[in-house]
Write a protein that binds this ligand. Structure first.
Ligand code: ATP
Ligand code: MG
Length: 425
């Protein structure tokens, strides 16, 4: 036998047993977005490589080592999208959605990053993302956070998530701080790990994000970004905090929160859980007022976040919050004998015409009475509708209750619908 081919490492199948959890989360998300007046946008999963280099920044983990990049048959460099913001901004500029307008949009789809696969970290994963253009906040920043807080509440995971909040200030403020930080790091270079030493020059703020305990200890004495904030930045952050407090949303200030991508300014936030082990960030986002212009559009303020669907679904699973699924069928149509298949399909279609919400499964594959009833039982249906030659000839059907709710009986097919309705099926 030929050796079977397997899926690409880190790219998962979502099997029929797993899709209900996803559908549950997705349904809540769609409903939530509609309740806030946001519209869905769908972008391609591939873009030209230059888009991500320009948007995310050359010296970020994502661009340096996580992108799936290849040349297509024309020799153009393409990349499977590692995140949705860049493509969303690209689409917004390309279709004139952003200039002088307010847009509140969301998307849901696969993203690709070449990372080491582990629980909560995959090479194809899915993000739910929200991007808002044309509003400079902080009210809209607060709305995005409120919307995520509502999502946790609706899904029943609120008590397992905490909100971390920070402000990254404006680029000028960050540039001044950057100088002070680099000077500090240079003084203590011997205490830095390799990654931090490398980042000290290329992307020093990312050193704040270091996982190295020694570096984290050192950073306790490092200069603090907020000391470099001007009045406007301070006011934005203060107003955001007061809006969140007024909405009853608790947050932790985390001055080390810088986020992995380059394009953020002012507000940044993450929702973290300790129920998932190491991969604890479920959702992260912030303001990126410079990005639209950086990608060739008219300067447009913007704010957004992205949520990892796998981590959310894992959380629902771990906490036992996935709703139990109803049986695949409520009614199973069994048809015995020559010519019965046609009559069986006709009855099943008639049921679906009249009772569109009813779950009807038609027996396929022939077989005797016993076999068909065994399948009916396996389908989980409460009722088997049996069509033998006699029933067909008389326009009747035999109703057999599979879960002991009643006596078997034969009635006219025309009465069946009324009967099913009466039984609350
Ligand atoms: P992390 O610190 O976990 O690597 P990140 O900062 O790279 O996350 P973002 O780029 O902010 O993540 O993406 C937003 C969200 O997408 C994350 O909070 C996480 O829930 C999810 N996510 C990111 N990378 C992966 C991945 N490889 N597999 C599954 N989910 C992911
Ligand atoms: Mg990452």
């Amino acid at each position: 036998m030929a050796k079977p081919i397997q899926a690409i490492r880190g790219m998962n199948d979502c099997l029929p047993e797993q899709t209900p959890a996803w559908q549950q989360a997705e349904a809540v998300l769609r409903q939530l977005m509609s309740s806030y007046g946001y519209s869905e946008i769908r972008m391609p999963v591939m873009e030209v490589t230059g888009l991500f280099k320009r948007a995310i920044g050359e010296v970020t983990d994502v661009v340096e080592k996580e992108m799936y990049t290849f040349d297509d048959r024309n020799g153009d460099s393409l990349t499977l999208r590692p995140e949705g913001t860049a493509g969303c901004v690209r689409a917004g500029i390309e279709h004139g959605l952003l200039y002088n307008q307010e847009r509140r949009m969301w998307y849901l789809g696969p993203m690709f990053r070449y990372e080491r696969p582990q629980k909560g970290r995959y090479r194809q994963f899915h993000q739910f993302g929200v991007e808002v253009f044309g509003l400079n906040g902080p009210d809209i920043d607060a709305e995005l956070i409120m919307l995520t807080a509502r999502l946790w509440k609706v899904l029943g995971v609120a008590e397992h998530l905490t909100l971390q909040l920070n402000s990254l200030g404006q680029p000028e403020e960050r540039a001044q701080y950057r100088q002070a930080l680099v000077a500090f790091l240079q003084q203590h270079e011997d205490r830095l790990d390799d990654d931090s030493r490398r980042r000290m020059h290329s992307n020093p703020l990312r050193v704040l994000d270091s996982k190295d305990a020694g570096v984290q200890a050192l950073l306790a004495d490092a200069p603090v970004l907020s000391d470099y904030f001007g009045a406007d930045t301070q006011a934005h952050f203060e107003r955001l905090k007061s809006l969140l407090t007024a909405a009853g949303i608790r947050f932790e200030l985390n001055p080390r929160l810088v986020r992995g991508l380059d394009y953020y300014n002012l507000t940044v936030f993450e929702w973290i859980t300790d129920s998932l082990g190491a991969q604890g960030t479920v959702c992260g986002g912030g303001r990126y007022d410079g990005l639209v212009e950086q990608l060739g559009g008219q300067a447009t303020p913007a704010v957004g976040f992205a949520m990892g669907m796998e981590r959310l679904v894992l959380l629902l699973d771990t906490l036992g919050l996935v709703e139990p699924q109803p049986a695949l069928a409520e009614v199973y149509v069994a048809a015995m004998g020559e010519g019965a298949t046609v009559a069986g399909f006709a009855l099943a279609e008639r049921l679906r015409d009249q009772l569109p919400a009813l779950r009807v499964m038609s027996h396929c594959g022939g077989g005797n009475f016993k076999k068909q009833l065994k399948r009916a039982d396996k389908s989980g249906a409460a009722i088997a509708l049996i069509l033998g030659e006699e029933e067909i000839a008389r326009g009747e059907v035999t109703v057999k209750y599979l879960r002991g709710q009643g006596e078997q009986r034969t009635l006219a097919q025309d009465e069946l619908i009324e009967q099913l309705k009466q039984e609350g099926i």
